[in-house]
Design a protein around this ligand. Sequence first.
Ligand code: NDP
Length: 337
Amino acid sequence: NRRVVLASRPVGAPTPDTFRLEREPIPSLEDGQVLLRTVYLSLDPYMRGRISDAPSYAAPVEIDGLMVGGTVCRVQESRHPEYAAGDWVLGFAGWQDYAVSDGKGLSKLDATKMQPSWALGILGMPGFTAYMGLTDIGQPKAGETIVVAAASGAVGSVVGQVAKELGCHVVGIAGGSEKCDYVVETLGFDACLDHKEDDLPERLAAACPDGIDVYFENVGGKVFDAVLPLLNPKARIPLCGLIANYNATELPPGPDRMSVLTGALLKKRIRMQGFIVFDDYGHRYGEFLEAVGPWVAQGKLHYREDVIDGLENAGEGLTGMLEGRNFGKLVVRVGPD
Ligand code: NDP
């Protein structure tokens, strides 16, 4: 059994020394257990938080501990009454080939109805995040302007497409012309701006002639700086992620703009609310699947995966995601179907 453990806590971006690949015998089963073989491992930005020991909403991975992560697995062997060898399951087996489970936290997937790996993306945690953050906190109305960054990614792509379904004017922000073209031409956003080009504030103002009613925050940094002056009175900001800061080792250089932010929140009566999807909305997962599942089945929502081959490349994949090297939902193919 190959497994990737946390070798050291990175200062700044993760490096090859951050992770270590180990081998151990494949574990054996007791009654009531299943042996899972990982087919797909999800790579997600929250993993940068887990390899840090800064206080957060979840405990960090210990040094020498197995890296955590959502997985789509097949049951290799079962001594559990509800599972049979060959079943596809969604679980949280972490960065390894094999894991033993007592069935807690597993859910079966019907591979005849959907590509199983989609349970890690549009029909799983990132899609759920997009849907709840947008609809519950963003509360978009037809005709309003929605802006979302990391627009080609797992969360952003769903935010924008759902907002289009709800009749909004949708502007994405993404890194590079290839991602921007995809966001407009395939995902159907009204516009998409490249944050790597100059003059983002001016281009964003031109793309949002009626101001911004909902800013779905995935990124922070200079994208937020461009958004803030354009927010309309009573704008809503679902604060989902701040990926531009995840590798930061110190506060950004001054001047301190906190008073600009709080002044805008006050004068424009803006509502900005953070959320952690399963903590805050876990009880509404069924509602998400009922709303988004049919749109996916009807081909109304598009979905793009970026698949990395091999567990040994997972660490490099996570590092790349924090620099925008992924194009679509990042997953690792750990083993064959
Ligand atoms: P993505 O698939 O969007 O991949 C991350 C993307 O972030 C990159 O491709 C890149 O896109 C962008 N990015 C990376 N570094 C920077 C940077 N320094 N500046 C600007 N953009 C950057 O990831 P997800 O869709 O899985 O996650 C999106 C956000 O949602 C993250 O912030 C994540 O933490 C958050 N999240 C929050 C949850 C919650 O419960 N609150 C749950 C799930 C996700 P580009 O090249 O286009 O800039």
